[in-house]
Design a protein around this ligand. Sequence first.
Ligand code: FAD
Ligand code: NAD
Length: 485
Amino acid sequence: QTPTFPDGTKKKTLVILGSGWGSISLLKNLDTTLYNVVVVSPRNYFLFTPLLPSVPTGTVDVKSIIEPVRAITRRAPGEVIYLEAEATEIDPKKNQITIKQSTTVHSGHSGKDTGSSKSTVSEYTGVEQITTTLNYDYLVVGVGAQPSTFGIPGVAENSTFLKEVSDAVAIKKRLMDVIEAANILPRGHPDRSRLLHVVVCGGGPTGVEAAGEIQDYIDQDLKKWVPEVADELKVTLVEALPNVLNSFSKPLVEYTKQVFKETNINLLTNTMIKKVSEKSLTATEKKADGSSETYEIPYGMLIWATGNAPRDFTRDLISKVDEQKNARRGLLVDERMKLDGTDNVFALGDCTFTKYPPTAQVAFQEGQFLADYFAKLHQVESLKHSVTTASPEQTDKLTKKLARLENKLPHFIYNYQGSLAYIGSEKAVADLVWGDWSNISSGGGLTFLFWRSAYIYMCLSVKNQVLVSVDWLKVYLFGRDFSKE
Ligand code: FAD
Ligand code: NAD
């Protein structure tokens, strides 16, 4: 039997896809007593992505930056059902999605834009493949994005992304393996220098932070524990554009380049990786005189961080709604996060393509906005119900009130608060904004302390705040724990 409110309004079913920044922000701020709320996500935890680059080197432990979905749903005021599954298909006409139970949390790369038939997604390892359908009155799509490869051959097969916990764990394992494998070879052996070459592709914040963290590990720990290889382990960051961190202000870009130089991170700008093989990659460098040079770079480990591409579910949704046919980089939504061409499907975060950047900051604010929007939408629905049951004298008054309420449904307004990135050697860069009146760019050790405080403040729970602080203290006192798990 469909639950109803005391005024006779039917309680509608709100299905939320994903457990990332957007969906969890919505869930945390939503009055869950107003809807039958169902959360569907293959990942049964929220991941605090800003500290993910600290995981491969053991600066921060994985468990310190995740929060179980059920810990969040339990604190909600109304009942929330969580289904550990992924949405595989949608029928927007029937208001129905197909979901597949999945215990595999992966960076989501399907191999579909790689030009390769090989998928990097691990196969389902549970007991049975269970697929079912789920009906919704409202659907919020917050499935995020998968790592982009731009169809460059060999990327999906030979590199590691840095998107999910499984990626960070894979990088840690590979890093340990290349160090130990190189260590059994004599100095000067070509395989030894190849294995000890870590290449990071992409000079966006993910690539810069990953390179900085690995160089920290070399300088602060490996030199102590395995000095015989530490001076040979090299980190190279390859960026196709003339600069790294292109969304940051110019002085911070220059500062980052300077810090990389001082810490021996080899920065190759104007250089695009065109092909990846098992042991080497092909890069083309654009020279100042307009000419270009193509060469091979041998590597032991490749981390691929070149931004986002739509997930398969997002592509499926795009293909089923006419108004989405021009959507290439993500779902097209209006100023209320409602999907163009639908009445009851909303989308937020990295699966959308808007004028805002694909960041946690944006997804989080969109989640807060939708929570407020759904509360107001509930008032509209209740009033609509009152109009249908009102006496003829009341109908006119209520209809006018309804029109006013519908007009007052809010629009999303993004409040940019600044950007922060860790660049290694206990230095960070920050472009900060205070209201409309002040912009500050700063970089260095003090900014690093600010970066740490800001991220502690942003952690989702007190438990995470304590665990991350303890991890940092442990590294300060004892160095990084780099043992194999
Ligand atoms: P996500 O957080 O990626 O969540 C997507 C969710 O959907 C996941 O739970 C996933 O399991 C689930 N899902 C996937 N497929 C399906 C499906 N088919 N059905 C149901 N559920 C599905 N941004 C910042 O602002 N500041 C930072 O410091 C910062 N650091 C970052 C560091 C790294 C290493 C990375 C990778 C990103 C970083 N970002 C940062 C960007 C930020 O993480 C993203 O913009 C943000 O996660 C987007 O939120 P989202 O909710 O759209 O997607
Ligand atoms: P990005 O899109 O910001 O940067 C990717 C970079 O890869 C680009 O500079 C691009 O020129 C380069 N690139 C693409 N193909 C290449 C190739 N073949 N060879 C060499 N270089 C190539 O990607 P990202 O760093 O993964 O970030 C994704 C989103 O997440 C962004 O919106 C970013 O702001 C956000 N993020 C923010 C933070 C932070 O604020 N600290 C940290 C991580 C991610």
